[in-house]
Ligand binder design. Structure first.
Ligand code: ZN
Length: 423
């Protein structure tokens, strides 16, 4: 499930002219008991064949999902767009074109060349890859320019997260091992919740990550693409307002969300089993919404999804070790020691801290993991700075009217003899 995650919008994507999602459509299974789909509660649905139903029978009967949407693609057939080199998407109009030519410094039409380019799935994948690495993905891709690799100069603001409503109850405890000489996190030790959180990155849809990061992922092209979609009028340019909502706030595919996690992405979809009898046949079909106007004998029952991730009760109580570049291994007493040996770090250069992290820190690690190989050091920087003291200086103008206050953060680490009293 982690290595081949699914797309919860697969029904929409399968109708696209070019679809780079090559996973098989999701299959759903129920047991073959008619009573089990029509009872009041506890009706089970599984995405894996032969899971056991409450009645004891294997869930081996495939049930089809009634087509959720008749929409063909995401945008209206009559709509036309201009897509800029940085993946900004704008409605196509003469005014937009003229503004764009001005922006690009094109003084006359002779400077502009028109080309028709054919693209297939391979080219689409290349374009997707370019959009992670380049600020001009269309130029790089269409003109076959040598890929310009983003050089991410480290500005801490890149990893910062705006205000989030931090839920103090939802916290994880981590033991952090820091190399003092360069204030770098070598690894952290955490429990299952932290390993689940890190593994969960593999199941997140790209649009969902952008939504959680408020549209600021530090991938500038994808941020612009995301912003463009949020600004498009859904009635004029997109198939429906609900489709726009699905694009800017996508959920994990059913069962790919990790319950009880700090990073909650969207709501899990609800499935109902619609069942009725027709021509002496018992018919059941899976749907995502119920209807108030029903045929005689037609029932809609909420289905509980069997969680394929449910454990067998044996857990790794020893916890997990996660390195700065997000290599996750179960903790064995030897793994930390051998890692330290490989890192050639002196014992006197090590510092251990125990920290509590919540939603804000988790988002910061997620953001840092997109553009940095030091996801933990960058994501948890505030926890690894040395103890600091404050120096406050006040300046007063000669006429006693203007006072300025400067607050200096002085880290003991840089000046161990610094001795400031705060009076
Ligand atoms: Zn059953």
């Amino acid at each position: 499930m982690l290595l081949r995650p699914r797309n919860w919008m697969e029904a929409c994507c399968q109708k696209l002219k070019l679809n780079i999602d090559d996973t098989e459509p999701m299959k759903y299974f129920i047991c073959d008991s008619w009573d089990c789909v029509r009872k009041e509660r506890g009706n089970l649905l599984s995405t894996f064949k032969n899971k056991k139903c409450h009645c004891g029978k294997p869930m081996d009967r495939e049930i089809s999902l009634e087509e959720r949407t008749s929409e063909n693609g995401f945008v209206k057939e009559t709509a036309s767009f201009i897509i800029c080199d940085d993946l900004r998407v704008m409605p196509n109009s003469l005014g937009t074109s003229v503004d764009l030519f001005h922006e690009l410094g094109a003084k006359n039409m002779e400077a502009i060349e028109e080309r028709t380019v054919e693209i297939g799935n391979k080219e689409l994948l290349d374009l997707l890859k370019c959009s992670f690495l380049s600020k001009t993905p269309l130029t790089d891709f269409i003109l076959n320019k040598k890929q310009f690799l983003y050089v991410y100069t480290k500005h801490q603001c890149q990893f910062e997260i705006g205000e989030v409503s931090s839920n103090v109850i939802r916290q994880m405890v981590l033991k952090v091992l820091i190399r003092k000489s360069d204030r770098k996190i070598l690894f952290v030790e955490g429990q299952e919740d932290f390993a689940d959180f890190i593994f969960g990155f593999l199941t997140l849809p790209l649009g969902g990550v952008l939504h959680m990061l408020g549209g600021f992922s530090s991938y500038s092209c994808l941020d612009k693409l995301y912003k463009s979609v949020t600004e498009l009028c859904p009635y004029r340019y997109l198939m429906s307002p609900s489709l726009k909502h699905m694009l800017v706030n996508p959920q994990c595919a059913p069962q790919f969300g990790i319950y009880n996690q700090i990073l909650q992405i969207g709501d899990l979809p609800v499935f109902y089993c619609k069942s009725y009898e027709k021509d002496m046949k018992q018919i059941s079909v899976l749907v995502n919404s119920t209807k108030s106007l029903r045929l005689y004998g037609e029932l809609y029952k909420t289905m509980d999804i069997v969680d394929p991730k449910s454990s067998d009760g044996k857990s790794n109580s020893g916890g997990y070790m996660v390195t700065d570049d997000l290599v996750v291994t179960p903790i064995l007493s030897i793994s930390g020691v051998s890692y330290l040996n490989r890192s050639k770090v002196r014992l006197s250069d090590l510092e251990q801290r125990v920290i509590n992290i919540g939603l804000k820190e988790c988002l910061s690690i997620l953001k840092a993991s997109l553009i940095s190989t030091s996801a933990l050091t960058n994501g948890l920087e505030k926890f690894i700075m040395p103890d600091k003291v404050l120096l406050i200086t006040c300046f007063r103008s000669p006429d006693f009217r203007f006072v300025s206050v400067t607050i200096l953060h002085i880290y003991k680490y840089f000046n161990p003899r610094c001795n400031v009293s705060l009076n």
